[in-house]
Design a protein around this ligand. Structure first.
Ligand SMILES: *[C@@H]1O[C@H](CO)[C@@H](O)[C@H](O)[C@H]1NC(C)=O
Ligand SMILES: *[C@@H]1O[C@H](CO)[C@@H](O)[C@H](O)[C@H]1NC(C)=O
Ligand SMILES: *[C@@H]1O[C@H](CO)[C@@H](O)[C@H](O)[C@H]1NC(C)=O
Ligand SMILES: *[C@@H]1O[C@H](CO)[C@@H](O)[C@H](O)[C@H]1NC(C)=O
Ligand SMILES: *[C@@H]1O[C@H](CO)[C@@H](O)[C@H](O)[C@H]1NC(C)=O
Length: 358
């Protein structure tokens, strides 16, 4: 498949898309105006900042910053890659448009491969590049570690921190992603955090980012996701998500992002990271980082809900339809790899048909 065609297609589609987005925004504006939800802030004109310096200021971080992560004092990267550098002689590659960091569990070899072979294939874009890393913690099984190292030797896209990879350590993983962008991908224009069981219509996502957001570039203070409003901790001990009063004493969580798709401008990433030690560790990473920490640095959430395929039916329904229509921007969490391949195949078909019609 000639992937360059997508780039050309995208350029031609830009105007059409800008118009569609405009219509969409107008609709959303009125829709959100009627609701009590604070997300109407999304559609106010975005200001062009007067200061266009890089938002990453490493000298503002404490001296021992690199060697620590939240309350871990001996942090280090076990595996690391300079994905945002120019391949030739170092230096950041300014054509990196979007860095995607994907939470992945050590054993999920097939899930990582499915993403590399579909929406996360960096070759999908040429001029404005995407870069993908998978973030992992450590495992105790040496054979699993060996497989990860072999995988990394082949794809060079694994970033592994020296904390134990476990459910309750996901906040370390999330902040490690922010840390990695801060140190190794300062050149990116946007940052996207997701999980390894998600489908992303990467073309639509890029249209979305380039169509209107880049008009006000460099964009500041931007965080967009599926917003969870009025959330509260689950206290029932029978819930997998049950949280003790010791872990979280409050009655409510602040508004936060569902962690399977968080878009951020780089300054938000830097500020989240720089302030990450100012909130106490909380294992529900979405709440800790996109809720408590986001609140602390004063960032609002822009809701993407209307664009998401949240229900399984949205995904399977779209897959079953005979006629081609625009793919769901995101597949829901826990999408199996077969479905990811199927969604990708049909997306490709959709964009190819659209391209040929234009
Ligand atoms: C970076 O941080 C340092 C230390 O806080 C500060 O002195 C400096 O002015 C900052 N630089 C920029 C460009 O903001
Ligand atoms: C990547 O680019 C950064 C920024 O220019 C530089 O400090 C670093 O040494 C580069 N790394 C490699 C491996 O080229
Ligand atoms: C990504 O796409 C390129 C170009 O089509 C292809 O050569 C490469 O094998 C793909 N990568 C993976 C991991 O499938
Ligand atoms: C989280 O990681 C730390 C550092 O590796 C480790 O000491 C701790 O046991 C881990 N916690 C869990 C619940 O796995
Ligand atoms: C997707 O397309 C590839 C290549 O055309 C094919 O090998 C694969 O079986 C398809 N997968 C699904 C789930 O449709």
């Amino acid at each position: 498949m000639k992937l360059l065609r997508w780039e050309r297609a995208m350029r031609k589609l830009n105007l059409v898309f800008a118009f569609l987005v405009f219509v969409f925004l107008v609709n959303c504006y009125f829709y959100f105006q009627q609701s009590t939800n604070s997300v109407s802030v999304v559609f106010r004109p975005l200001q062009r900042p007067t200061n266009t310096h890089s938002p990453f200021n490493l000298s503002a971080l404490p001296a021992n910053d690199y060697r620590s992560l939240l309350n871990l004092k001996d942090f280090r990267f076990v595996l690391n890659n300079n994905r945002c550098n120019k391949s030739a002689n170092g230096g950041f590659d300014d054509s990196v448009f979007l860095i995607i960091f994907i939470h992945s569990a050590p054993n999920n070899f097939k899930k990582r491969l499915a993403i590399r072979e579909t929406w996360g294939n960096e070759s999908n874009f040429v001029n404005d590049k995407i870069r993908v890393i998978f973030t992992l913690g450590i495992v105790f099984d040496p054979s699993v570690q060996q497989s990860i190292e072999r995988e990394n030797a082949e794809y060079k896209d694994i970033v592994q921190g020296n904390f134990v990879d476990s459910y309750r350590n996901l906040s370390y993983k999330h902040v490690m992603g922010l840390k990695w962008v801060t140190y190794y991908c300062q050149n990116t224009k946007f940052v996207f955090k997701t999980d390894d069981d998600i489908f992303v219509d990467i073309f639509q996502l890029m249209f979305y980012l380039k169509g209107w957001l880049s008009e006000v570039f460099p964009l500041r203070n931007f965080m967009s996701c599926y917003v969870i409003s009025n959330p509260y901790p689950k206290r029932s001990v029978r819930s997998k998500w049950h949280v003790t009063y010791e872990e979280y004493p409050g009655k409510y969580y602040p508004e936060y992002c569902s962690g399977w798709g968080i878009l951020m401008s780089p300054d938000v990433v830097f500020r989240l990271y720089a302030h990450s030690r100012e909130v106490s560790y909380f294992w529900v990473d979405d709440v800790m980082i996109s809720g408590l920490l986001a609140q602390r640095i004063g960032v609002r959430h822009i809701d993407l809900t209307s664009k998401l395929a949240i229900e399984d039916d949205d995904v399977t329904g779209w897959l079953k339809k005979d006629e081609l229509s625009i793919p769901p921007l995101f597949g829901h969490p826990d999408t199996d790899t077969d479905t990811i391949y199927a969604l990708w195949n049909k997306s490709i078909k959709y964009y190819r048909t659209k391209y040929e019609r234009l």
